[in-house]
Design a protein around this ligand. Structure first.
Ligand SMILES: [Fe+2]
Ligand SMILES: [Fe+2]
Length: 219
């Protein structure tokens, strides 16, 4: 599958402008304005992984003297994770992709979809711990710092293995088994979702935040 760099859905759409070729799979002959929805989700995974790289690096540099700054930076990571990885990316998976998969024969109660949903919830719970530490009025104790480091490592490992399972198992299954018109409808819904976010400025805010975190902390 062709992959693209992180960017807006319109950027991805611009890259996808290709003339129909009867020798290529139908999926790749998508209309000009449409984006391969599976490719878009994989592109978002790459941005999430880069933010996790930044957070993993950041957690190794914390010093006991700089707590005010640390809380501020933790709040920025939490804001990106909740806004992009959860509301934006997991939101599209849960409200659009997984629903389409269940509608086309994937079981809701067993198999990969409930596992993915459970892992989304586990991630939310860990991010809740991080959010609590970021907002904690009291100075972080030694135990708080240990909780912070452990929770960041646990969250990062959880999300990385989750992404790997989606990239290597769930998405290819969806790509193979969902009918082409369903994927086209998914693409349109993803675009509508993005346009809604763009008009509110949230999409730009999250990408700017990701860029800043990656630039500040990636070795
Ligand atoms: Fe997911
Ligand atoms: Fe995902």
């Amino acid at each position: 599958m062709k992959r693209c760099h992180p960017g807006s859905i319109r950027d991805a759409a611009a890259r996808s402008v290709e003339r129909p070729d009867p020798g290529r799979p139908e999926r790749q002959n998508r209309k000009e304005a449409e984006v391969d929805p599976i490719e878009l989700l994989m592109t978002e995974h790459r941005l999430i992984e880069r933010a996790l790289d930044a957070m993993d690096a950041w957690i190794t540099t914390l010093s006991p003297e700089s707590e005010a700054d640390d809380k501020e930076e933790l709040a920025r990571f939490v804001s990106f994770i909740r806004g992009f990885a959860d509301a934006y990316h997991h939101g599209k998976e849960e409200d659009i992709l997984f629903v389409a998969m269940v509608d086309h024969g994937f079981p809701r109660e067993v198999g990969p979809i409930p596992v993915m949903l459970r892992e989304h919830d586990m991630g939310r719970s860990l991010v809740g711990v991080l959010d609590g530490l970021a907002k904690q009025p009291a100075t972080w104790s030694e135990q708080d710092r240990e909780t912070l480091a452990r929770t960041v490592r646990e969250f990062s490992a959880l999300l990385r293995q989750h992404i790997q399972k989606e990239d290597q198992i769930l998405y290819p299954m969806a790509d193979t088994r969902l009918p082409e018109p369903v994927k086209e409808e998914m693409s349109r819904r993803f675009q509508a979702f993005e346009e809604q976010q763009s008009s509110s400025g949230e999409h730009q805010r999250l990408h700017t935040l990701a860029d800043a975190l990656i630039k500040a902390h990636t070795p």
